[in-house]
Every structure is written in C-alpha cells, then in structure tokens.
Design a protein around this ligand. Sequence first.
Ligand code: TRP
Length: 464
Amino acid sequence: MTTRTSASADVRASTTAPESRATFTSHLGVIAATLGSAIGLGNIWKFPSLTGTNGGAAFLITYLFATLLVGLPVMIAEISIGRTIRADPITGLRRLAPRQVWWVIGAMGIVSSFLIMAFYTEVVGWVLAFIVAAATGQLQTTSPETLGAHFAQQIGDPAQSILWQWVVLAIVSGIIAFGVTKGIEATTKRLLPILFGLLVLIGIRSLMLPGAGQGLAFLFVPDFSKVTPAVILAALGLAFFKLSLGMGAMMTYGSYFRNDQNIPGTATRVMLADLLVSLLAGVAIFPAVFSFGFEPQAGPALLFITLPAVFAAIPFGQVLLVLFFVLAAIAAVGAMLSMIEVPITSLMGMLGWDRRRATVATLVGLVLFGAPAALSNSVLANAKLFGKTPFDLYDFLTSNLLLPLGGLLICVFVGWFWGLDQFAAALGNPPGQPSALTKALFVLLRFVSPILLVIVLINGLIPA
Ligand code: TRP
C-alpha cells in the first residue's frame, strides 16, 4: 500500500499540472466534469440524427440495452482503472501491467481522440456559424428549402469550414493552455441547467405543433423489424460516444477522482442525466420534424435545418435559437476538453513535456487531421474511401470500431487480467469483501459485455 501511494505521488508530481488536479476536489466537481464530458453534440446532434436514420424507437431501445449492458459497466471500469493508476492511460497501464501490451488501450485512445476531434470541431464550427446566422436573422424562415440551402452553402464553403474549425480549436486549446478547467467547469455547471430548461421549452413548443403525435410515435413506438446488426452496432457506438468511453477520456478523468468518490453511483447518475438530455433533444426535434414535413432521416442536417424552422415559428424564436446554439457550443466545449486532455496528458506523462508544449503539439496535429473533415463537403466531397468522405470515415472508424474495441479491451483487462479482488479494491470495497454490486458488475465485465461486443462488432462490420 505504501509503495503504491508514493508511486502515485511521483506520477502526480511529474505528469500532471497541479491545476488540473485541484479541480476535482469536491463531489460536485467530479460530477460536473464527468457530466460535462458526457453531454455534448453526441446528445444534441448525433443522437437525434442516428435515431432518425435508424428507425426511431427501435433504435432508442437498442441504445438503452447497449448503455445498460455495456456502456455503464465499461464506464465504471474505465474510471476505476483511472483512479488506480493516477496517471495518463499509457503510463498508467504500463505500470499496472509491466511487459504486457495493455497500454495499447491508451495508444488507440490517442488515435481516437484525434479522429473524433477532427469532425467534432467541424460540427461545433457549424454551430458557431449558425449562432451568427441566427443572430443576424438569416434563419428566420420555416421553409425547409431555404434553410436546407443555407446549410448546404455553409458546409460547402471550404474557406469558411476551415476557419470556423480553427476558431473552435483556438477556443479549446486556449482554455486548456490557461489550465482553467475550474473556470470552465463552474461555467458549464451553471449553464447546463439552462440547456435543460431550453430543451424542455422547445420540447413543449414542438409538442404543441399540429401532427406532433407522429413524431412522438416515431421516437417511442418501436418497429423491431428495423433492428439489423448494423443498427445494433450504431447503437453501441453511440453509447460509447455519448458516455465518452473507449478512448481513455473517462480513465483520465478517473485519475482525478477522489478516493472516497462512489464510482458506480457517479457513473449511474451521469448516465441517467446524459440520457435525459438526449431524450429531451429527441422530443424537441422529432415532433417538429414530422409537423414541418421534414425527413427524420436527414442525419447530420437535422439540427441545422429543423431546429431553426421550429424557432422561426415561436415568439422570441430568434433569441431562443441563438441561445440554443450558444448552449450547444458550451456543452461541446466540456466534451472537447475531455477529448483533448487525453493526448495532452499522455504527451506530458510520457515525454515529460509541460502543458503548453503538449497543447501546441496536439493543436498542430488537430489542424492537420481536422482539415480533411472540414473539407468533406466541398473540395473533398468525392475523395471517398470505402464510400465515405473523410468526415464520415473518421466518425465511422471511431464510433463503430475504435471505441467499441477499446471498450472490449477494457472489459477483458478488468474481467480476465485484473480479477475480482483488484477490481473490488479499485472500487473501494473492504479487502476480501466485494459487494454484491461489485460482483454483478464483474460478471458483466468478464462475460456479458465482452461477448456482446465481439458479436456486435463482427456482425455489424461484415456487411458494411
Ligand atoms: N460524449 C461527448 C458527446 O456526447 C463526446 C466525447 C467527449 C467523447 N469525450 C469523448 C466521445 C471521448 C468519445 C470518447 O458529445
């Protein structure tokens, strides 16, 4: 025990800037940070668009199963590994399992982080551009054609796409370099309730539209014939994406958790709050989609075409629309901070770099990786690999391959390498007395989640 404590102290001193340690000192701070990572465009943009393209309620239910049977156990596993290693994923896993290859979980995580950030920053760029468009009244119309044309023009402009992406990268790296995670957390903590409130408001307004029932039925009345292996894989990938799993982000945040923090309780609360935000987004969007005669299969365009149409029809809609996009951007910032923290903390831990140098290197990488995603709807629209533009390929590779694979390795690590005793110790159970909850989680991690992951990965990828 003494050796582990001093080892952790060493790592703490050498790998992580003191300011990022200081933030996670209260229970509320931990919840805010973790929730800030989970809630983002995954809830507001990806969830509605995937639910729309994959058949509505049947997808939602598949997603719920994926979250309960795989997402939640993996989240608990990731955080508990993180709190045990108290270091960046690569350094920590190397020390936990010397001369073994478990550190690849951390290495894959860095790749995932770059790929996700590449397209994520592009979508946040659209959100920023739409803040300007909404504020200047360019979106004051309920016509699908006009709004669709505006969106197409926005994403089809190469210079604008790159520039907005750089603005997003500058904001995120500026915050990380200043090390003001505390400030951001405090801000998101205050602003997330407003996002909740606004979503409820839009939801109510959306439900009052003629034909809203059709949208609710789409979201809540399942047609299970729509569930194919590819749909299950998409649901599983979304569970990982939305809960920030499978790339070491939760592991990194877990390394900032207090020892007396109840990990399963925290993870469950974060999962439930994250689910609630997604459902609110669904209720805000789908009734309006059907009412205005849009296609629920619009995919990524849903948020940028449908939502403005709804807002254009309500009193003070313009102000609300601006606020909504502002809050979506803020939610995205919390998520991006957790993504960018993974390569940064890894560079610091492995190469001994200071935070500023690690941030600059990561930023350069993101500018390079990000450009193809930004240009996917213009210059590179026809540069397809496996039938996908770089934007879609990054998204598919991470959500449908790298994140579930990372999750699988985490399950196997805990279930088969670490074992019940170490897992119980990591969760803070008394020595030799794992709780019933711990045992149940362990069975999920050892058998259920990895078997499901293997089946879903194989079946979902083969026809693709
Ligand atoms: N969960 C975030 C969202 O819903 C995105 C995100 C943040 C993420 N950190 C991550 C996704 C790590 C995968 C891995 O928008």
